[in-house]
Ligand binder design. Structure first.
Ligand code: PSU
Ligand code: MN
Length: 329
């Protein structure tokens, strides 16, 4: 009897360790470059991929993604563009992988809810801000750079269209550098929702004004300000010490020389919203549709502004990552 029990126990133990071994394999791969930076404890900056596949047209998307990575390298950090390639969550794309993704068709825009299905179906997926935060946390990369985060859509109080980026920020430990939210969204309600989620929102630099993506000032005050990269890194460090499992937004205004005229952009947005409504665009298609419509309506001027601000954000994000790594090491 005891022999039998012993055999059952051993069999169960083996099954259990097979089970745990199976799930203890990290669900992602690093590029060679990121893997080396990790080993050397050098600063890394996470980058999203929805901006590449759904946020900008080819070839501007590829050129911008490459330039952003190079800016980060020049400032002493390692870029890690994150995407799902044939079901493999990949932290740090090689030059070839980035080139592939920038032209690939049928890539799924992957937010939190989409990650598991895309991986299970071995599809290609471009991670949104929410999706990228999840991967960045799994791989312990605390600084992430993008152009704009998602937010509460205009009329969101009726449609309930609130980006999962906001709830993800509410449950993450990541610092996201961006230029605020696009004015296709309801900026005031987005700030309210971030407050509810416990997200620390800082304007960056000289002004307390929360930026409006294409323009440096939204008219809304940011609740905090980070005067420079070291200050932002200190805020991240303090949040880590407190084990706050809620994120930080560092909102960097578009450089004045690249800012758009706010009337021109507002007109383009109003028309794009009406058109989206008429066409019945819903759900995850809304943001990519509005981005493309605004770009077309401004003759590409909004695309140039978008490119300029993300390059500037890359500088700020790299500097924060460098400063934070010094506090951490
Ligand atoms: N805002 C931009 N450019 C973008 C996006 C937002 O200015 O490319 C993308 C980001 O990937 C963001 C996503 O996470 O759109 C938000 O989509 P949604 O509103 O469906 O959550
Ligand atoms: Mn939405």
């Amino acid at each position: 009897m005891s022999l039998l029990l012993g055999r059952i126990w051993r069999a169960q133990k083996a099954a259990f360790s097979r089970h745990t071994r199976c799930y203890s394999i990290p669900p992602f791969v690093y590029s060679e470059e990121v893997s080396q930076a990790k080993a050397d404890r050098r600063p890394i900056v996470a980058l999203e991929s929805t901006i590449v596949t759904h946020g900008m047209p080819y070839p501007s998307n590829l050129e911008t993604a490459r330039e952003v990575e190079d800016i980060i390298r020049k400032r002493g950090a390692t870029p890690a563009t994150i995407a799902i390639l044939k079901g493999q969550l990949t932290v740090g794309l090689t030059a070839q992988q980035l080139e592939y993704l920038a032209q690939a068709q049928g890539v799924v825009k992957a937010s939190r809810r989409d990650l598991a299905p895309v991986i299970a179906a071995q599809q290609d997926g471009a991670t949104t801000v929410a999706g990228t935060i999840i991967a960045a946390e799994l791989s312990d990369i605390p600084v992430f750079v993008t152009g704009g985060i998602g937010g509460v859509h205009r009329q969101g109080e009726k449609t309930m269209d609130v980006s999962a980026d906001l709830t993800e920020l509410g449950r993450s430990k990541t610092l996201v550098v961006c230029s605020g939210v696009k004015s296709i969204l309801d900026i005031g309600r987005t700030l309210e929702y971030l407050e509810t989620q416990g997200v620390t929102v800082c304007s960056f630099g000289d002004s307390n004004n929360f930026p409006a993506f294409y323009t440096p000032r939204s008219g809304y005050q940011a609740p905090n300000r980070a005067v420079d990269a070291l200050h932002a890194a200190r805020i991240l460090h303090a949040a880590k010490q407190l084990q706050l499992c809620s994120g930080i937004v560092v909102a960097v205004p578009i450089p004045e020389e690249h800012a758009m005229d706010s009337n021109i952009i507002e007109d383009a947005i109003q028309n794009a919203l009406l058109e989206a409504n008429k066409l019945g665009i819903k759900g995850k298609e809304v943001t990519p549709y509005l981005l493309a419509a605004v770009s077309a309506a401004t003759g590409g001027a909004s695309l140039s502004a978008n490119i300029a601000l993300i390059k500037n954000n890359a500088k700020v994000g790299a500097d924060i990552a460098v400063q934070f790594q010094k506090l951490r090491n």
